[in-house]
Design a protein. Structure first.
Length: 93
C-alpha cells in the first residue's frame, strides 16, 4: 500500500481547519447531494496556529453517489487552493 496519501507532506507550522461551508446545498438524510453539472461553492477557514508563516494547500474531493464503482473512481480531486498564511493569521480558501 501507499505509505502516505496524496497531498501528505511536512510543514514548518501547524494549521486548524474550520467547518466546510457549502453554497447551493441540497440535503438528503443529512448528507449534501448535488446534481451533475450543478455549480457548488465551497469554502473553509484555515488558521495558522504555529509560530512561523507557512503555506497550506486545501484539497476538495468528490465522489459520484450510486455510480458503478468499476467505471468511476472512489474519490476524485475536483479543486485545490494554496495560500501563504502568516503566523497566527487565517485565510478563507
Amino acid at each position: 500500500g501507499v505509505l502516505f496519501p496524496f497531498g501528505h507532506g511536512l510543514s514548518y507550522s501547524t494549521f486548524q481547519l474550520g467547518q466546510l461551508e457549502l453554497e447551493g446545498e441540497s440535503v438528503q438524510k443529512g448528507e449534501p447531494r448535488y446534481s451533475a453539472g450543478q455549480d457548488v461553492r465551497c469554502a473553509v477557514e484555515v488558521r495558522n496556529t504555529g509560530e512561523v508563516d507557512d503555506s497550506m494547500v486545501v484539497q476538495l474531493y468528490v465522489r459520484q453517489s450510486g455510480a458503478d464503482q468499476a467505471d468511476n473512481p472512489r474519490k476524485e480531486l475536483r479543486d485545490f487552493s494554496k495560500s501563504l498564511i502568516k503566523a497566527g493569521g487565517s485565510a478563507r480558501l
